[in-house]
Ligand binder design. Structure first.
Ligand SMILES: [Zn+2]
Length: 240
C-alpha cells in the first residue's frame, strides 16, 4: 500500500451510465442478484473504459495494485463488495485498481462498518502511513495505537485479509528497500565529492519515485515518514 493522488472526475457520459445502472439495481427486488447480473456487461462496455484509464493513472507508472503495490493490476476492484453493498457496485467512488491475487484474497471478506471507518484501509481516501510503517525487513507493519494500547486494528485487518506481507510481495519489498538504500548512499557520496550536482540528485529522486517496482517503498522512504530515517534524511537534505 502507498499514498495515492486524489480521485479525478469521470466524463459526464460514463457518470450518467453508472447512475442509470445504480437506479436499475436499486429498483430491483433483488439488488444483489441484479448487480451481479449487470456487472460483466458493464465491465466490458465501451463507455466504462474511462474508469479503467483513470484508475490506471491514479495507480501511477506500471499500474501497480493499489493494495499490495506488487503486481501490475488488472481488476476493477469493488472496495465495498458487491455481495454486501450491491447499490454501490456502480459507484466510481467505490472502485480501486487491484491485482488478481489481492482481489481473490479479499473477495467478500469485508468486516462490517465500524467506527471510525471500514476495516480495510482505502488507499485512495486515506493516508496509509498513518496506519503502517515499513520495517527493516520490508514488512508492512501496523502502527501502535496508544488509545487502545495495541496495534492499529484497521491496519491489522487490512494486512491480514489482503495478505500484504505474503512471501512474493515481501521479497520484492525487501529487495526494493535494499536497492533504494544503496542508491541513496551512493548518491550522497557522489554529491559530497562533487560528481553530482544538486539538480542531478533531484532528478534521481524523481526517477526513483516513478520506478514501478514495489513503489510503496519509495513512497514511504522518500515522501512518507521513512524520509526522516538514514540515509534518506541525509539525501533529502541535499535537495531544497
Ligand atoms: Zn495486489
Amino acid at each position: 500500500m502507498r499514498t495515492l493522488p486524489k480521485r479525478t472526475r469521470l466524463p459526464r457520459k460514463t457518470k450518467k451510465h453508472l447512475t442509470s445502472e445504480t437506479n436499475a439495481i436499486s429498483a430491483s427486488a433483488d439488488p444483489k442478484a441484479e448487480a451481479k447480473r449487470r456487472w460483466p456487461t458493464v465491465r466490458n462496455a465501451k463507455w466504462f473504459n474511462p474508469v479503467v484509464t483513470k484508475l490506471r493513472q491514479l495507480a501511477g507508472k506500471g499500474g501497480r495494485c493499489m493494495y499490495c503495490s506488487g503486481s501490475e493490476a488488472t481488476d476493477v476492484e469493488h472496495y465495498r463488495p458487491v455481495a454486501a453493498f450491491p447499490k454501490e457496485s456502480m459507484n466510481w467512488e467505490n472502485y480501486l485498481w487491484s491485482c488478481t491475487a489481492c482481489n481473490r484474497k479479499k473477495l467478500a471478506r469485508f468486516p462490517p462498518v465500524t467506527e471510525p471507518g471500514d476495516m480495510i484501509i482505502n488507499p485512495l481516501t486515506e493516508n496509509v502511513w498513518t496506519f503502517f510503517f515499513i520495517d527493516q525487513f520490508g514488512l508492512l507493519t501496523p502502527n501502535w495505537d496508544s488509545t487502545i494500547n495495541g496495534l492499529n486494528a484497521r491496519a491489522v485487518s487490512t494486512r491480514d485479509i489482503l495478505g500484504l506481507n505474503r512471501e512474493a510481495v515481501n521479497d520484492c519489498r525487501l529487495a526494493r528497500l535494499r536497492s533504494l538504500r544503496t542508491c541513496a548512499s551512493d548518491t550522497i557520496k557522489l554529491f559530497k565529492n562533487g560528481t553530482l550536482s544538486r539538480k542531478q540528485v533531484e532528478r534521481r529522486i524523481a526517477l526513483w519515485l516513478r520506478e514501478p517496482f514495489q513503489p510503496d517503498v519509495a513512497n514511504y522512504f522518500l515522501v512518507g515518514p521513512g524520509s526522516s530515517t538514514t540515509p534518506f534524511s541525509t539525501l533529502l537534505a541535499i535537495v531544497p
